[in-house]
Design a protein around this ligand. Structure first.
Ligand code: AMP
Length: 281
């Protein structure tokens, strides 16, 4: 596997692939890789000649400095893992390479980022859009792969690709889960054994919500049920549970007439913030 820390050398490698008419797939990550990330790599490998995985903990998308500082990092282990699935190249730049010591540009997504993650993590999606746009410009992929786990991120990036005419195809890959349903996440590494067991409650709450909504229970009542379910465990708290139209992210207070509702949840186990989601149908 090729390892690039510099944009210029990555571009030389990619140029040759592009010149010979072959396709490039990009999988952007922040490292601390797990099997969920590898699903994205495998999806890209199945559809492209070359798969590039980027590993970069992007400071501009962290609204909480402590979260940035505590974000798990293990580049050597990540590189080994990518080797096991025969990823073709990894791009792991430093802050200087990505930002040249400056960052002024901001994105405004209107209603797309006024809710859920956008509401609780102000500036987060501007930072995500900035770094993903940089990566699209640097790599020029034909295909780019993202996880359904970060659904709002996918919606925001779809908007970026459409409006800025990046001319690539975005793919959303289903969330890979642990046996007890917990969505795999780099942040799970920060949970102790007890918290790790408790964290499955977010998935259980989504399942319970799905069951109740399908039986016709009102969203307001389901929200109360989800909050009770999460918060009955000491040390756990719910930040939000919302049901939204998956494309526009408009929040719903009733299901009737909605095209493709998605249930999104965020909360804390101790000081570790986790998110998850599930389509209603
Ligand atoms: P991250 O490193 O957390 O920024 O994630 C990089 C990409 O992997 C994002 O597109 C995530 O949505 C995706 N991802 C994270 N966790 C999972 C998972 N459990 N299953 C599938 N994709 C995931």
């Amino acid at each position: 596997m090729e390892i690039f820390k510099k944009i210029a050398s990555l571009k030389v490698y990619l140029e040759e692939i592009r010149r010979s008419g072959k396709t490039i797939g990009l999988v952007p990550t922040m490292g601390a890789l797990h099997r969920g990330h590898l699903e994205l790599i495998n999806a890209s490998k199945a559809q492209n000649y070359a798969t590039i995985c980027s590993i970069y903990v992007n400071p501009t998308q962290f609204n909480n400095p402590a979260d940035l500082q505590k974000y798990p990092r293990n580049l050597d282990k990540d590189i080994n893992l990518l080797g096991t699935v025969k990823c073709d190249a990894v791009f792991c730049p430093d802050n200087e390479e990505m930002y040249d010591g400056q960052s002024i540009l901001k994105f405004d997504f209107g209603s797309l980022d006024k809710v859920m993650e956008g509401k609780y993590r102000p500036g987060h999606f501007s930072g995500v859009a900035l770094v993903v746009s940089k990566l699209f410009n640097i790599v020029g992929p034909h295909n780019a792969y993202f996880g359904q786990k970060d659904w709002q991120q996918f919606a925001v990036i779809q908007q970026v690709v459409q409006e800025l005419k990046f001319g690539l195809i975005l793919h959303s890959i289903p969330t890979l889960r642990e046996n007890d349903g917990l969505a795999m996440s780099s942040r799970n590494l920060r949970l102790n054994d007890r918290q790790r067991q408790q964290a499955a409650v977010f998935f259980q709450a989504l399942r319970l919500a799905q069951e109740n909504l399908k039986m016709g229970k009102e969203i307001a009542g389901v929200k109360r049920l989800v909050k009770e379910t999460v918060e009955k465990t000491e040390g756990m708290s719910l930040e939000y549970f919302e049901v939204a139209e998956s494309r526009t992210l408009d929040l719903l207070d009733r299901i009737d007439g909605a095209r493709q509702p998605i249930m999104c949840i965020a909360g804390y186990v101790g000081d570790v913030r986790l998110i998850d989601n599930m389509f209603l149908n």
